[in-house]
Design a protein. Sequence first.
Length: 103
Amino acid sequence: TGPWDSWTRNPVLVIGNLYDPATPYRNAVAVDDLLPNSTLLTVDGVGHGSLGTSSCADSLMSQYLLTGATPPAGTVCTQDGAAFDPVPTSALTSAVRTGVAAG
C-alpha cells in the first residue's frame, strides 16, 4: 500500500524493457525515481519482460539475487536476438516437453 518513496534496507533492482507493450518503460523510470535506494537496469529490447531475452540482463539479475549488488546507474543491456528472429529448435522442443510457451 506504500509509501513508495521510502528508503529500503536493501537496494532494489528495477528492470525496464524499452519496448514492452504491457509494462511501458516510463513506468520503470517512475518506480526508480520514487525509490531512493534503487537502480534501473535498462534492456534495449522488445516484448513483454526481459527474462531470458538478454544474457547481459540475466547475468546482472543473477548477480543481484546472489549478492545484492546492483549494476552501475545507467547500465543498458541489449536483447540477444532481433525482435522477430525464429525461436531456436531446442527452445521449441523444450516448450513442448514442459508445456511452457517458447519465445
